[in-house]
Design a binder for this molecule. Structure first.
Ligand code: CP
Length: 330
């Protein structure tokens, strides 16, 4: 398994208050101000979606959804976001079987073909760094990273941060518990970056030992100002966390099924008993989903469980807002 890529390379494409035409590759491109601008528009988008208000904000635009890896939420919410705003999509799932990738076309050529047909490309890829590579290949349209290998998943973090902001009214002074595949979870990597933009945040990381952050990444992320504390068992979970963020073990990142099975047995699962014992009254329980052994279904009825409530819905609203800004329509 490779280490995650932490570089300042994307800093040259910082948002700096102007999203129009910008690639969205990493959380490192955002400032607090950029996030608040996005959240303000997200609130408006929520009104449009919840009330089924007809909108033509993206009328006349086509966005390619180029997904080299399976997806339910990211693909579905981007497609719904575009349609809610009157835009159109070019849906390419598994390009390696349905496009000229099958014939040996290079990744860069595929990107340049789809930028000829659309106004933006939303890209999911199994290889860490693929979004940056695509952004370098594309000359005319923005690339939005919908998850690249075990590297980053910026739009997931935008919706996660929005969910925290909606709940607590702030993004500083928060304590979180991040559990599961800390090594491979791109959502965790992006979330730590996002929380690092704000003061006085602390995250506890709980994972099987083999799935801890590589030491170099741990040090680099800690140097951003966020306090990161690794724990080894459920007994060490602090009882005053504002949120828990549970992630599955990423089966697809393992070299073999045997390898995966060895680690999967050490996984952690949220049960009603664990909630009762260790979760505070006002915390929220998040999961980027899919849940695979992460949270028992009986926990769903707990009002603190937001993964199938606000968290999932915010994915639609935040992607509506992001597309409107990147396509220069808001
Ligand atoms: N959370 C998330 O990225 O889910 P999908 O893989 O279904 O898009």
């Amino acid at each position: 398994m490779s280490t995650i890529t932490i570089s300042a390379g994307h800093l040259r494409t910082r948002i700096d208050g102007n999203f129009k035409g910008k690639d969205i590759v990493s959380l490192d491109q955002f400032s607090q101000k950029d996030l608040y601008k996005l959240f303000t528009l997200t609130h408006e988008m929520k009104h449009i979606a919840v009330n089924s208000v007809p909108s033509n904000l993206l009328a006349g635009t086509i966005t390619s959804l180029l997904f080299y890896e399976p997806s339910s939420r990211t693909f579905g919410s981007f497609a719904a976001a575009i349609k809610r705003l009157g835009g159109q999509t070019l849906d390419i799932q598994s390009p390696e079987t349905v496009t000229s990738v099958y014939k040996g076309e290079s990744f860069e050529d595929t990107i340049r073909v789809f930028e000829a047909y659309s106004d933006a490309i939303v890209l999911r890829h199994k290889i860490a760094g693929a979004a940056k590579q695509a952004a370098e290949a594309a000359e005319f349209v923005p690339i939005i990273n919908a998850g690249d290998g075990n590297n980053e998943h910026p739009t997931q973090t935008l919706l996660d941060l929005y969910t925290l902001y909606e709940t607590f009214g702030r993004l500083d002074n928060l304590t979180g518990l991040l559990v599961g595949d800390v090594l491979n979870s791109r959502t965790i990597h992006s979330l730590i970056r996002g929380l690092s933009l704000f003061k006085q945040n602390t995250v506890y990381l709980l994972s099987p030992q083999r799935l801890q952050l590589p030491r170099e990444d741990f040090q680099q992320l800690s140097a951003r100002g966020i306090t990161i504390i690794e724990i080894a068992s459920e007994q060490e979970i602090p009882h005053d966390c504002d949120f828990w963020y549970w992630t599955r073990i990423q089966k697809e990142r393992f070299a073999s099924l045997e390898d995966y099975n060895g680690v999967a047995q050490q996984t952690f699962t949220v049960t009603p008993q664990l909630m009762q014992r260790c979760a505070s009254k006002n915390m929220i329980l998040m999961d980027p989903l899919p849940r695979v052994g992460t949270i028992e279904p009986s926990v769903d009825r707990d009002a603190r469980a937001v993964y199938l409530r606000s968290q999932i819905r915010n994915g639609l609203y935040i992607r509506m807002a992001l597309l409107a800004l990147v396509l220069g329509k808001a």
